[in-house]
Design a protein. Structure first.
Length: 295
């Protein structure tokens, strides 16, 4: 039987940053124990069943529902594109990355910068045109990934240079329309506004542009002026190179390998301290019976 609205909400919240960070910080999560009870799912009850098994079971229910949330789509992109086509050693992933007036759901940096806007069954397309306009200022390739019921409308409402992907009910991704790679169309000023100050200076050094030595009060405007004089494709290339280093995910490889597949996307998008990794792994390996007492 399909989960009702309150059960669906509990399933989604299981994969939230609140549960993930609480387990990393404390080695337990009262919120996890409460939410599992609210999901209405039959959690594994055999000897040796763990918290990780419960997460996998919850995710299997969530991804089969007719109202898959953003985490389901993010998980599909993480496993099929980042870890499937690429690897943590060759590519990096950004989530909630600022792009003009919007925040990008997920972007992958490899030879180029590709952004993926998620339009799940729970989303409308009302903001899509504005989102795409902002993404094109930062990323060379733009994709919209949607469920089967949304794909037709997405194709109609997006220009031909925007790619469209479909997440099937079996959790596989197919490309309906390829995105065009257009690094010459990005906006250097908008890219600058998306960066940390250290990243902006690193990009200028990479492009052999002298980094101005100015007081802190003048640094932002001076660096922005430097970016505005650069060619879009040069800035985009330097951004990919710099962010692959500064947002490198390879150090998370050991943690990812120790987590159930349902939690791997969370590990790559929710920041926790390196010192808390072992505590997180132990929490996930906790026998489920004991974990139900966390509440």
């Amino acid at each position: 039987m399909a989960p009702n609205a309150s059960q669906l909400s509990a399933l989604s919240r299981l994969f939230s940053s609140g549960v993930f960070r609480e387990m990393a910080k404390k080695g337990r999560s009262a919120l996890f124990a409460r939410l599992i009870g609210q999901t209405g799912i039959e959690v594994p009850c055999w000897d040796g069943a763990t918290v990780g098994d419960a997460f996998d079971r919850a995710f299997s229910v969530l991804r089969r529902s007719g109202l898959r949330d953003e985490y389901v789509y993010r998980a599909a992109l993480t496993h099929n594109v980042l870890l499937g086509t690429h690897s943590l050693n060759t590519a990096s992933m950004l989530t909630e990355f600022r792009a003009g007036a919007c925040k990008a759901d997920l972007a992958i940096l490899n030879g180029t910068a590709t952004v993926y806007e998620i339009k799940s069954e729970r989303d409308s397309l009302a903001r899509l045109a504005n989102q795409i306009s902002n993404y094109k200022k930062v990323f060379a390739k733009v994709y919209v990934i949607a469920g089967e019921s949304h794909v037709g409308d997405v194709l109609e409402e997006t220009p031909a240079d925007v790619g469209v992907m479909c997440l099937s009910r079996r959790h596989s991704i197919s490309t309906v329309r390829e995105a065009m790679d257009q690094p010459d169309q990005v906006c250097p000023k908008t890219i600058f506004e998306s960066l940390r100050s250290t990243e902006a200076r690193a990009m200028l050094r990479d492009l052999k542009v002298p980094v101005p030595d100015v007081p802190n009060t003048m640094r932002h405007s001076t660096l922005r002026a430097c970016f505005e004089r650069l060619r879009p494709e040069d800035v985009h290339r330097a951004m990919v190179k710099t962010l692959k280093l500064s947002r490198d995910l390879a150090p998370l490889g050991e943690l990812v390998d120790q987590l159930p597949s349902s939690l791997q996307p969370a590990a790559l998008s929710i920041q926790v301290r390196r010192a808390d990794h072992d505590r997180l792994v132990e929490a996930v390996r906790t026998p489920l019976g004991a974990a139900m007492n966390w509440a």
